[in-house]
Design a protein around this ligand. Sequence first.
Ligand code: AMP
Ligand code: MG
Length: 343
Amino acid sequence: MTKFFYRLFFICFVLFLTGCGRTSPRHYTDTDTAMGTVIIQQIYAKEDFTDEVLTCIRRLETESLSKRVEGSEIFDINGEAGKEAEIPLTPEMEEVLSRCLEISENSEGAFDITIGEVVGLWDIDSWAGMSTDNPDSSFRLPAQTELSETLALAGYEKLTLENHGIRVPEGMALDLGAVGKGIALDEILALLQEREVMGAVISVGGSILTYGEKPDKSPWKIAIADPENQGGSIGVLTLTGQCCVSTSGDYERYVEADGVRYHHLIDPATGYPAQSGIRSVTILTKNGFLSDALSTACFVLGEEKGMELAERYGVEALFVREDGSISMTEGMQSYFSLSKPEK
Ligand code: AMP
Ligand code: MG
């Protein structure tokens, strides 16, 4: 009889111990700003990691990627442009820059981080509600000569990346705006993997990370914005586990001058906003850097060449054409479903 009670006690004790670690994950949400954009987080975990994620994005911005923040690595690199000596790079920046150069080569220069001065001439970073119709606006259309002179000093093939250092020619500035949000997704992913996180969906502007699963195991649903209708969507991606989705669209950041709309995706061949026949490109893959870099590159390249580039990298792509019609890689079809037309 005592034996029986000992056993019962032992079983209860084991059940108690295993139960201890099983508090179910809670749903934490946060909306904030960083990297000049909105960060929206939904995390399923036992603890609230949203502050840690935000700190991670802000650190990346101020210590490494922002060309406007004094003391960031890219700010310092740009400050040394024109100097004979090589500028030493952190291993992380060396990796980012060499991956950017590879995308430039493979996109025939449609993607080019050396157009920082051209982006500066357009003053893209301060576009928000600016237009020449607005009397308070400081927007000034860059002169053609000014643009061609500045553009002549850009060009990824003029960068020298060797001996863990870089040489940036006089008159050139690097701009990592096309990859910053994707790099942030990769850092966030590493953070979530280190913590006890069951699932998360985190959007950094136009780039979104899905990770793990929800407590009810239902898939993640990521809406793709309708370029014609701000706030509306053309369709939804149904995803499971770890995915990175980046969209580059002409509606994300633009300015209007004398009835003409100028957007923020510059064609390095002309110095003007790219006119490639599309309004947006969405890239789906597992890596944040790649999804972000390729969405910008594919926008500038347009549907035909963009599709080739996406296939070359083995990522899924979806293009929204100027007339609102859609085209996509074959693999994207299994994730995408059209939004139902409004009645
Ligand atoms: P995204 O929204 O990721 O497509 O990035 C757009 C940002 O990248 C712009 O605001 C510019 O700072 C920068 N950018 C614009 N055009 C290009 C380009 N052709 N190659 C690389 N970066 C670009
Ligand atoms: Mg991008």
